[in-house]
Design a protein around this ligand. Structure first.
Ligand code: ZN
Length: 475
């Protein structure tokens, strides 16, 4: 997740001349006020003030969760978040203003971040913030996630509404973050509007497309979204350091191509991806697809050419890894998913609240020096030396096993419960979507309260929630 990934992608995009086919913008950073449209004030305030020295104390005193291993505190943390979130919010505003058909933010896609806690190196959920912007103009927004990890933060944020349909393809079970079974389909008004496609190790292009295309096709036909957000996590690529899928660059990009063909306003975001050369190859190739430019397979000269040896090609091939997704398994899951999708009414007519027509005002925070400082700080923390395979086995595999293991899951039901407690019972609901006219600030809670209504008691919510969490994670 180093900023270095972004530098490599950007540099390759420029050297392929793709900048001539699009506008490249430097969006304003997201302000704390913008972030609290989803996150709590306390959490954002915490992110703003936390330092590596104060992290432990602040976490304890405020009951805010920063996991030490995959969500460390580092100097420049808040700036890192505000750049990523600012990009996605600006991407949404470009669509809603009609200035762009497609917006890309490869520095976004941080799909694990929760309302009041960081998870899986995601601190601020830029995706939820962007979707909230889109909801001001679009009745229905479709979120698609092809990262190898379940898009849990986004699903959770919109679990009780039919205005956002989330659809995630990911490894499940026994994998971080531990959620994403086919049975998780949404609650209350959001019932059937969360779609999960669990996959096993080693899925290849052909198998992936055999389920991705019909599922998305069906959703498009029945849900008829006004806009699409596509999270393109590249840890689903073959040879990823944490991932266990076997998608080639072209196979991964085929998902982008397929979604683009529906010609809807679209935001394309990054996400995970831990073999940097392949991440930058793939996101560059996908940028090319989005601007309809064919890219030569021989890489052009660029600042990071050394990284791409010995072949220097724009390609990530599949490997010979075994595909544990048998046609029977995929067929069974597909049948289950389609059973749930059958319950999806044809283009639901969600009620529209009156929304102001201008984007929320940006805060003017430009500071070029800050860019330097963040890169430096982040480099100090994340510039680990390139590892040999043996080191990698012992470091990453152990680490990911620990993250995937039961010690990570103890807080799981507690966390889920906390979230849904915050979404319960209506109380002073304000007009969702308005940032400046009311004394109390509207947050996603207000939006969810409207959907959930006042009839659901905490107990009902918790009971349903416990059923939703598989026994293994419900300790
Ligand atoms: Zn991921």
């Amino acid at each position: 997740m180093k900023p270095h990934r972004m530098r490599m992608v950007h540099n390759l995009v420029l050297n392929y001349g793709l900048d001539k086919k699009m506008q490249i913008l430097k969006p304003p950073r997201a302000s704390p006020e913008e972030m609290t449209r989803f996150h709590t004030d306390e959490y954002i305030d915490f992110l703003k003030h936390v330092t590596p020295e104060t992290a432990a104390d602040l976490t304890r005193n405020h009951e805010i969760f920063l996991s030490g291993e995959d969500c460390p505190s580092f100097e420049g943390l808040f700036e890192f978040c505000s750049i990523s979130a600012g990009g996605s919010i600006a991407a949404a505003n470009r669509l809603t203003s009609g200035e762009s058909d497609i917006s890309v933010n490869w520095a976004g896609g941080l799909h694990h971040a929760k309302k009041r806690e960081a998870s899986g190196f995601c601190y601020v959920n830029d995706i939820v913030l962007a979707i909230i912007e889109l909801l001001r103009y679009h009745q229905r927004v479709l979120y698609i996630d092809i990262d190898i990890h379940h898009g849990d933060g986004v699903e959770e944020a919109f679990y009780t509404t039919d205005r956002v349909l989330t659809c995630s393809f990911h490894k499940y079970p026994d994998y971080f973050p531990g959620t994403g079974s086919t049975d998780d389909t949404g609650m209350f008004k959001g019932k059937s509007y969360s779609v999960n496609f669990p996959l096993r190790d080693g899925i290849d292009d052909e198998s992936y497309h055999s389920v991705f295309r019909p599922t998305i096709q069906h959703i498009m036909e029945w849900y008829r979204p006004g806009a699409v957000v596509l999270q393109c996590g590249a840890d689903s690529l073959a040879g990823d350091k944490l991932g266990v899928f076997n998608l080639s660059m072209k196979g991964h990009a085929d998902c982008v191509k397929f979604v683009k063909a529906f010609n809807l306003p679209m935001i394309v975001l990054g996400g995970g991806g831990y073999a940097v050369r392949n991440v930058s190859r793939t996101w560059t190739y996908e940028t090319g697809l989005l601007v309809d430019k064919h890219l030569e397979e021989d890489l052009p000269f660029n600042d990071y050419l050394d990284y791409y040896g010995p072949r220097y090609k724009l390609d990530v091939p599949e490997t010979n890894m075994e595909n544990h997704n048998t046609p029977e398994y995929l067929h069974d899951i597909q049948t289950k998913v389609f059973e749930h999708l059958k319950e999806l009414p044809f283009a639901p007519s969600a009620q529209i609240r009156e929304v102001p027509s201008d984007p929320w005002p940006y805060s003017d925070q430009s500071d070029d020096e800050l860019d330097e400082r963040i890169s430096k700080a982040a480099n100090n923390i994340y510039d680990e030396p390139e590892m040999e395979e043996d080191d990698y086995q012992s470091t990453y595999k152990n680490r990911s096993n620990r993250i995937n293991g039961r010690n990570r899951t103890q807080n799981f039901s507690k966390k889920k419960r906390r979230f849904f407690q915050s979404a319960q019972t209506s109380n002073n609901f304000n007009n969702f979507g308005c940032g400046h006219e009311h004394t109390s600030k509207p947050q996603l809670d207000d939006f969810l309260r409207q959907i959930v209504g006042s009839s659901a008691s905490t107990n009902t919510l918790n009971n349903q929630l416990n059923e939703r969490i598989s026994p293994e994670y419900n300790m």
